[in-house]
Write a protein that binds this ligand. Structure first.
Ligand code: 5AD
Ligand code: SF4
Length: 471
């Protein structure tokens, strides 16, 4: 088994002791605790890792602060999924140069997927000399050691990638939110879709033992968390590497027996592994959200084959029809990549026609971005950016109409919404999400934040519902 079931606080005891003493000294001298801030790019898995990094830093004597300007330990947790994500991270690291100039004592570290690639570590080495340390996804547990090395030896630290990616338990988690939580159930990916960098930067699939997950979720429900998302690159292969016999359907069935007022969500599923057994467990289960995110990527069998997705559109449509048969009002969302190498007009139209047929509630669409070291980046027939952009716009236009069509039937209905407080985009309204993941705007009260409220829907748009609180 791959699980290194050690308590990281115990394993790092020596470093933790030294850093706590160092931070306490600082507090005595300045009257102020050193602050930690993590800037996060990318997916929910990265958000979850950042909560672990902050928790780890708290155990070292740092206190979480609200902005990079206030930080004495500033970490940039990077993403590598598309070129744009890497450019954003690099530009943010560039902007932090002036913070380092203002506060030379500040430690600046870069971690995550981008710097699990050698060429990006070299970029940091040569183009960002003020970065103090770099560690990839396999060395997250080395944070205390990396800080100690930097402080004691004075040199920049480049943490080598571990030979083996393990599952570590025991890192304290500093959760950003008191009612929505992420719970990683597995790490890594074995699928090697030909466009995707994830298997190279997050290693092979490793599942956490089901008991550890059960206890974490139970504790969250007891603390009052309402919305818990189980995370993994391909949750449908959960448990395949464990000695215990527990697949994803078994796991979520067991978790949903926990008593309380909460919903379980999960992401992401791979269509090649999505089972009828999982859909059967979801059907009628009051604790599992009425939502399935099932990335299609392309509606052309030829392109799916070149993407190494290992399913065809017939298989995909089969899962959708079983789901709709068992859970008629389930919300289905998907990911689509536009402009994959060799995508012809006909291939693209096949994607549009699946969108029309399935009628997804929402899609997350991406323009294909070549990733160094992946097979697709070497394919000959790369698509011109203008063609990609035009197709992307056509895809969005079609889906906007479908999303609106899916949202209109909610008008006149009452839906249960988990309130997120005052909306960030419209400060006169409160916002929240239904269990299907739909955004709802309404007039609310401060005490609604973190609670379920019933909303009468008055109006629908493609990306949001608008309503009033039920009296
Ligand atoms: N280019 C564009 N989109 C990508 N994705 C993954 N790799 C790439 C890439 N190289 C998309 C897929 C995946 C989502 C998380 O990101 O659609 O499901
Ligand atoms: Fe990437 Fe495919 Fe793994 Fe998803 S399943 S993380 S797209 S390789």
């Amino acid at each position: 088994m791959n699980v290194k079931d050690v308590n990281l606080l115990t394993e790092n005891q020596e470093y933790i002791k030294r850093l706590r003493a160092w931070n306490e000294d600082c507090e005595k001298q300045t009257g102020k605790r050193r602050g930690v801030f993590v800037t996060t790019f990318g997916c929910q898995q990265n958000e979850a890792d950042s909560e672990k990094l902050t928790g780890f830093a708290v155990s070292l004597g740092y206190v979480p602060v609200g902005s990079p300007e206030e930080a004495d330990l500033l970490l940039v947790n990077t993403c590598a999924i598309r070129e744009h994500a890497e450019q954003k991270a690099l530009s943010t690291i560039g902007q932090y140069k002036h913070l380092k100039a203002k506060n030379p004592q500040m430690l600046l570290g870069v971690c995550g997927c981008m710097v699990t690639q050698e060429h990006r570590v070299n970029d940091i080495k040569f183009r960002y000399p003020y970065v103090d340390f770099v560690f990839g996804t396999s060395s997250l547990h080395r944070l205390p050691q990396v800080i100690c090395d930097k402080l004691e030896k004075g040199k920049r630290v480049y943490c080598p990638e571990e030979k083996e990616y393990l599952v570590y338990e025991g890192i304290p988690i500093h959760r950003e939110n008191s009612y929505r939580a992420w719970v990683s159930i597995m790490y890594g990916c074995n699928n090697f879709c030909s466009y995707c960098i994830v298997p190279y930067v997050r290693g092979r699939e490793r599942s956490r033992p089901s008991d550890a997950i059960y206890h974490e979720v139970k504790a969250l429900v007891e603390e009052g968390y309402r919305d818990i998302t189980l995370l993994g690159q391909n949750v449908n292969s959960y448990g395949k590497d464990l000695e215990e016999t527990c697949d994803f359907a078994d796991l979520i069935a067991r978790l949903s027996e926990i008593e309380g007022d909460y919903k379980l969500h999960f992401m992401t599923s791979h269509p090649k592994d999505a089972t009828h057994k999982l859909i059967d467990v979801m059907t009628g289960n009051k604790h599992i959200a009425n939502h399935f995110h099932l990335p299609l990527q392309s509606g052309s069998d030829g392109i799916l084959h070149k993407m190494n997705r290992r399913y065809d559109t017939e298989k995909y449509l089969g899962i959708v029809s079983y789901m709709r048969e068992k859970m008629p009002d389930v919300a289905i969302t998907t990911d689509i990549i536009v402009g994959f190498p060799g995508e012809t007009e006909e291939d693209f139209e096949a994607t549009l026609s699946i969108l029309e047929r399935v009628k997804f509630d929402m899609i997350y669409s991406f323009i294909y971005s070549p990733r160094k070291g992946t097979p697709a980046a070497e394919m000959e027939d790369q698509i011109a950016p203008e063609v990609q952009k035009k197709r992307f716009e056509r895809l969005l236009a079609l889906q906007n109409g479908i999303s609106l069509e899916k949202n209109l039937p909610f008008v006149g209905k009452t839906v249960r919404v988990l309130c997120d407080g005052v909306s960030k985009t419209n400060e006169e309204m409160y916002s929240g999400r239904t269990e299907e993941g739909k955004i709802v705007f309404f007039e609310g009260e401060e005490c609604d934040k973190g609670n379920f409220v019933m909303i009468n829907i008055k109006r629908a748009e493609a990306f949001a519902l608008y309503g009033e609180k039920k009296k």
